[in-house]
Design a protein around this ligand. Structure first.
Ligand code: ATP
Ligand code: LTN
Length: 333
């Protein structure tokens, strides 16, 4: 029997180590969704090769990300966990959608502009059409919701535009999904340059999920607070972006409000605040790190998870692909 639950889908690229931004932004909220929604979570390995990857490293990172997913609470019995390249229908749908996406709209994507500026020697067509593959990743499962961090909002918007355009020609083929972006944690900034988002492709100022406790403490103690002389823990993102970012991290890790944090550190200054944020993060990550290490020793289990996931995902994805092929006029094989 078909499930009547609403459908939710998201993915992360195994393009580097997961960091606190990936965790506090989207990932941490996913396990709370698996009871209520029919959830698909995948590892976006096809997306990673828009930037050159070392093959052996990429393979390792896929295992590690899968172990991280499960350790963060994504129970493979309760949701569909899979590797993007194991479901060829994503790429097959992406080609069709390429033909319903305009050059101009892809040229406006901020991530394309940023990444092509950073990889000037490799501005490949994949980097340019990346949002179309992402739209295919999404639309092929007909989800209601797509939980992501703030930086992915534009990609979910273009996905909606592509779906509406296609539906406009062929009728209601795709469900048009809504992005879900958490308020606190949606954009964790780098600890060293608080005007840039924490990003795995820029390890400077980045706290990784698997960092040792002493490294986490060191990174937080060195975090750039602001050049103001106030030395006061107060939430003022415009004036004090470094402090606001640490407050955002502390609030997400402890569940405290900004008001409560201001009270807790009243009269104590940054010298007390920074190590307290570090400790909260160490404690938050401790169980995840231990479980990830345990899972990484059990490759056979991880393989059984991604195989079962690909089978479940393929069933749904192929159904949508067949419908699309039929609509555009391809003869059924
Ligand atoms: P890259 O540097 O390779 O672009 P990234 O670190 O930006 O990687 P992604 O793989 O693009 O991470 O993102 C995975 C998920 O984490 C996405 O939903 C994204 O919106 C979210 N995310 C990434 N960085 C942050 C951040 N600093 N704060 C909150 N959410 C984030
Ligand atoms: N583009 C996303 C990863 C990603 C994704 C998706 C997220 C690829 N396909 C589909 C949500 C839905 C990123 O770089 N973070």
């Amino acid at each position: 029997m078909e499930s009547t639950k609403k459908v939710m889908l998201s993915g992360i690229q195994p393009s580097g180590e997961l960091h606190v931004g990936n965790y506090l932004g989207p990932l941490r909220h996913w396990p709370t969704m698996i009871e209520e929604y029919d959830c698909y979570f995948f590892l976006a390995d096809l997306h990673t090769i828009t930037v050159r990857q070392e093959p052996a490293e990429l393979r390792q990172r896929v295992y590690k990300l899968l172990a991280n997913y499960i350790a963060c609470g994504l129970d493979p019995e309760k949701c569909t966990l899979f590797i993007q390249s194991h479901v060829p229908a994503h790429s097959q749908l992406a080609w069709v959608l390429d033909c319903y996406t305009m050059f101009g709209e892809l040229s406006r994507m901020t991530q394309f502009k940023d990444k092509s500026a950073r990889n000037a020697d490799n501005i490949n067509a994949g980097l340019f059409t990346y949002p179309v593959l992402m739209a295919a990743d999404i639309l092929i499962y007909q989800p209601d919701f797509v939980p992501v961090g703030e930086d992915q909002r534009q990609h979910v918007e273009i996905c909606r535009d592509i779906a509406n355009r296609f539906n406009g020609v062929y009728g209601e083929v795709f469900k048009v999904p809504e992005p879900v972006i958490q308020k606190v944690g949606a954009r964790i900034m780098s600890l060293s340059t608080p005007d840039k988002k924490m990003s795995k492709s820029q390890p400077e100022g980045c706290v990784f999920l698997m960092d040792k406790p002493e490294d986490i403490m060191r990174k937080f103690k060195r975090a750039i607070t602001d050049s103001d002389t106030e030395n006061c823990v107060r939430y003022a993102p415009e004036e004090k972006p470094g402090v606001a970012n640490l407050m955002q991290i502390y609030a997400s890790a402890t569940g405290k409000s900004y008001g409560e944090i201001e009270k807790e550190f009243a009269g104590k200054g940054y010298g007390a605040f920074k190590p307290a944020v570090g400790e909260a993060v160490v404690e938050m990550l401790r169980p995840i790190q231990a479980e990830t290490e345990r899972l990484l020793k059990d490759k056979a289990y991880l393989e059984s998870v991604y195989r079962a996931g690909a089978e479940k995902a393929s069933y749904v994805a192929n159904k949508t692909l067949r419908k699309v092929y039929k609509k555009v006029g391809f003869i059924q094989p």
